[in-house]
Design a binder for this molecule. Structure first.
Ligand code: PLP
Length: 431
């Protein structure tokens, strides 16, 4: 499979090159040259297939012959080392729980898959080294740190804003050691992001072989299509149309869901539910794409003013805007509505949702008015414990600490404090 740049000003590349580069030389996102629907028998028989087999069938064409089938199966087995339960929280409304991985956020799936692909590409050359450079406002850093821990030939450097991430999130970034380095930046998330962007453009850093591990990278983004298949497998018996609502920030998850639909997965409709960062809902209202600086909310992993992956969605529908309107909607919700939704969900069947999932629930409720016969699924993208400062007081509960989190709480933080781009550059050159 070849990948082209959505800016159309860079050469087409292989899967490996797209993964290792992250972004094309013209700064465009990579996109697969073709998407071939899976055979009808695959969907007819899906309830008899394991998660590993489903994932293999779904992603195989995107990897092509660049990773042998048995190695790809091994990578998938290591990626999917946890459950993806579909839990009914209200009649006809389900939470697709994506938080049972090592760092308790859905980003574990993409991070684990990507790290193992890079390890495979580096297999024959121990001197080959990549540095994964990532800025985080919370969850990405932890998932990338855990996913790449101990992977040969890869150093991970994570920038996070000092004092602006939760205690649990900070420990997930700073206590692992080995090939994971945390840089604590005296600034806000945007400062971290700016430094990372500058490093990618800096010719003096070309010898460091930097790559990105956020959802612009196809190996982090594409595996996110798996869980839409898993939810379909779980709910197929009801024989009803399915509406998925994704709490959206960079729109990577929802864009992967649309790929699943292109592969033939029968999904009736997608909702991109956002917090106050409403660039896409405004675009659908008035046709003007007008990104704004991000606004801080209680669903902070979605505080994104200019969603990276929206161009990929536009690419898939540019020939057919009618179909886009039929398949896709996007709504914005305030923090007050989010807190209210968390209480409503709890009152129904005692289910505890965290703010991101609650935004997804709100989007789903709104859209289901147009699909009275459908079942609704919202993606619950993080475990409530990761947002305990909001969840506990809002719902009057004390959450038990899961073992994944317990294990980082008693480890000591190790980080390097930096303030300027020059300090980052020196760190990357000297490590
Ligand atoms: C990253 C993240 C999101 C947003 O996902 P996108 O793919 O960027 O739209 C939502 N919820 C949580 C908890 C996240 O960490």
């Amino acid at each position: 499979m070849k990948y082209y740049s959505l800016n159309h000003n860079a050469p087409n590349v292989s899967f490996e090159e797209a993964v290792v580069q992250g972004l094309a030389s013209d700064k465009g996102l990579y996109f697969p040259e073709s998407i071939r629907p899976l055979a009808a028998e695959f969907f007819e028989n899906i309830e008899n297939l394991s998660h590993e087999e489903i994932a293999f069938q779904a992603i195989q064409q995107f990897v092509g012959d660049e990773i042998p089938a048995d190695t790809l199966r091994q990578i998938i087995a290591e990626t999917l080392c946890f459950d993806f339960p579909v839990v009914e929280v209200e009649n006809g409304i389900y939470s697709l729980e994506l938080f049972h991985g090592p760092t308790m956020a859905f980003k574990d799936v993409g991070a684990r898959f990507m790290s193992r692909c890079i390890a495979y590409f580096n297999r024959n050359d121990p001197s080959k080294k990549n540095t994964v450079l990532v800025a985080t406002s919370g969850d990405t850093g932890g998932a990338v740190a855990s996913g790449f821990l101990g992977v040969a030939g890869v150093d991970v450097v994570i920038l996070y804003p000092s004092g602006k991430v939760s205690d649990i999130q900070e420990r997930q970034l700073t206590t692992l050691g080995q090939n994971i380095k945390a840089l604590e930046v005296d600034g806000v998330f945007d400062d971290c992001q700016d430094m990372v962007k500058k490093a990618f453009l800096d010719p003096e850093l070309s010898a460091v072989h930097l790559t990105s591990a956020n959802s612009i990278n196809i190996a982090r983004w594409l595996p996110q299509m798996f869980y839409f298949f898993f939810a379909y497998k779980a709910l197929k018996q009801h024989q009803k149309p399915l509406v998925f609502s994704c709490p959206s920030g960079n729109f990577g998850n929802i864009c992967a869901g649309i790929i699943a639909k292109k592969l033939g997965l029968p999904i009736e409709h997608f909702v991109a539910a956002t917090n106050a960062n409403d660039t896409v809902p405004r675009f659908l209202e008035n046709g003007v794409y007008d990104p704004k600086p991000s606004i801080a909310t209680i669903s902070n992993a979605m505080d994104v003013g200019n969603p990276n992956n929206f161009v990929r969605i536009q690419e898939m529908y540019q020939q057919d805007l009618k179909q886009f309107e039929k398949d896709f909607s996007s709504y914005t919700f305030s923090d007050a509505a989010t807190l209210e939704a968390m209480k409503t969900i709890q009152q129904q069947k005692g289910y505890i949702a965290e703010p991101h999932g609650a935004v997804g629930y709100l989007g789903l409720k709104k859209e289901l008015q147009n699909h009275p016969d459908a079942l609704g699924i919202f993606l619950e993208t993080a475990h409530p414990i990761k947002f305990l400062d909001i969840v506990e007081p809002a719902l009057g509960v004390t959450l038990p600490i899961p073992s994944q989190i317990e294990s980082v709480l008693n480890k000591d933080k190790v980080s390097t404090k930096i303030k300027t781009y020059e300090e980052l550059k020196a760190f990357l050159q000297n490590q």
